[in-house]
Write a protein that binds this ligand. Structure first.
Ligand code: FAD
Length: 194
């Protein structure tokens, strides 16, 4: 499969970056074609400006957004890698969706209501969290970590096959446990096999 990894972490020495490296490696080992969209490295501007919104509402897609949509359309599979920030995605990633998943490109309203238009066959979301699994469970908050992404964004736009992994307490666990996560991630390339 052609797989696009969308990555959102500012620090190239972070654990998230190690996840990115292992995921890319694992996909290539399985024979998949990989492109990485590193939003911070590309200095992506996540703010949807008034002028851009006006253009979109008038039916014209700005060139900068068209380029992102082209990258998205290239892929048959998608991977998102990011840390949990305030129970959500880093703003740069949220802004990427604000700009790229436009009405008429990613979804449309018709006689039968809303239809998702993205044709990707599979998506995988990898999230690291500072909090412990126990904390999220106790507060009945586990679903809040991924659902805005899995249901509110990807499934909404038509991608049905969406899986996620949440890596909790990432600074609190042992070095050995982190290495185990990285090995697991390297094996996730198989997730995109036919
Ligand atoms: P890093 O800080 O880079 O690394 C984590 C640990 O892994 C460190 O001990 C590091 O030494 C080690 N490490 C790094 N690289 C490797 C490697 N290659 N191999 C082995 N070990 C390595 N958490 C929540 O649970 N809920 C929230 O709502 C939330 N909001 C946040 C908001 C903000 C703005 C910020 C900054 C943090 C927030 N956090 C929250 C915590 C955040 O989710 C974690 O800081 C993040 O997931 C850690 O990932 P990282 O890649 O930045 O890890």
């Amino acid at each position: 499969m052609k797989v696009l990894i969308v990555y959102a972490h500012p620090n190239p020495s972070s654990f998230n970056h190690a996840i990115l490296e292992q995921m890319s490696f694992g996909l290539q080992e399985e024979g998949h074609e990989v492109q990485v969209k590193d939003l911070y490295a590309e200095n992506f501007d996540p703010v949807l400006r008034a002028s851009e919104l006006e253009q979109l509402q008038a039916g014209t897609t700005p060139e900068s957004i068209l380029a992102e949509q082209k990258a998205l359309c290239w892929a048959e599979g998608l991977v998102f890698i990011y840390p949990l920030w305030w129970f959500g995605r880093p703003a740069i990633l949220k802004g990427w969706f604000d700009k790229v998943l436009t009405n008429g490109f990613a979804f449309q309203y018709g006689d039968k209501g809303l239809t998702g238009m993205l044709k990707h066959r599979r998506a995988l979301i990898l999230i690291t969290a500072g909090g412990t699994k126990k904390f999220f469970k106790k507060n009945r908050a586990e679903h809040l970590i991924h659902r805005p992404m899995s249901d509110g964004t990807l499934a909404f736009c038509g991608i049905d096959d969406v899986h996620h992994r949440i890596y909790y307490d990432i600074s609190g666990i042992s070095e050995q446990a982190r290495q185990k996560i990285l090995s697991e991630v390297a094996g996730l390339g198989r997730h995109f096999n036919e």
